[in-house]
Design a protein around this ligand. Structure first.
Ligand code: TYD
Length: 195
């Protein structure tokens, strides 16, 4: 009968739709598995500056200790005096702000210590443990939350994105000043499938 034919046709269409949907599902889960895999493999390098507020308050050891204990590997470290030129580049997004002259002076008051830290997702991890810009509002447990009361004398600078990390590491380090630590300690810091 025509009813039977309609039912057969509708069954066939439903079957086709189901198989199309399931192949979409399989593509989607494969893509998210790939994304997860890629996410896990991000061994990154990031720039940290121990600002003059850290040097003046003799907190260098404590702050370095926080990063080291966390499991970030120090792959570059040096003391340097910042200049007008490097600060105009480093704080290019802030040069027009009224507070820029005081910021610049505060960053030139003593030398700073530049560090290159390495780890899986290091850029985000370092920002997270650095905390909110203003030390008065930063969460306790973060470096700024635990060590300062200021919006400007806020202990550390940390790169805020993968693009900034590359640009800032190039600005503060020559290639030969950043060291390849090979697999030193990696087996203690990460599970095998995290690398
Ligand atoms: P910003 O890039 O906004 O913050 P962060 O250091 O958390 O990435 O600002 C850079 C520095 O400029 C900041 O660490 C301290 C200084 N600053 C001031 O002195 N006053 C301000 O109002 C702001 C926003 C920043």
């Amino acid at each position: 009968s025509s009813n039977d034919r309609i039912n057969a046709l509708s069954d066939a269409l439903t079957g086709n739709l189901k198989s199309i949907i399931s192949s979409f599902d399989s593509i989607r889960s494969k893509t998210s598995r790939q994304a997860e895999k890629q996410e896990k493999k991000q061994m990154e390098r990031t720039l940290v500056l121990l600002k003059p507020s850290t040097i003046e308050r003799a907190l260098v050891g404590e702050i370095v200790n926080r990063f080291e204990k966390k499991g970030l590997r120090i792959v570059g470290m040096k003391m340097m005096q910042l200049t007008d030129e490097i600060l105009a580049q480093h704080y290019a997004h802030l040069v027009k702000k009224p507070f820029f002259p005081i910021l610049k002076a505060s960053m030139m008051k003593t030398p700073v210590i530049a560090m290159c830290l390495e780890g899986v997702d290091a850029i985000a991890v370092v920002r997270y443990i650095t905390g909110y810009t203003n030390g008065r509002k930063a969460d306790p447990g973060t470096i700024r939350g635990d060590y300062c009361m200021s919006n400007q004398q806020n202990i550390v600078h940390a790169s805020d994105s993968p693009e900034a990390a590359v640009e800032e590491l190039n600005r503060f380090f020559r290639p030969e000043e950043i060291f390849d630590m090979g697999d030193l300690n990696l087996d203690r810091l990460y599970a095998v499938d995290e690398l």
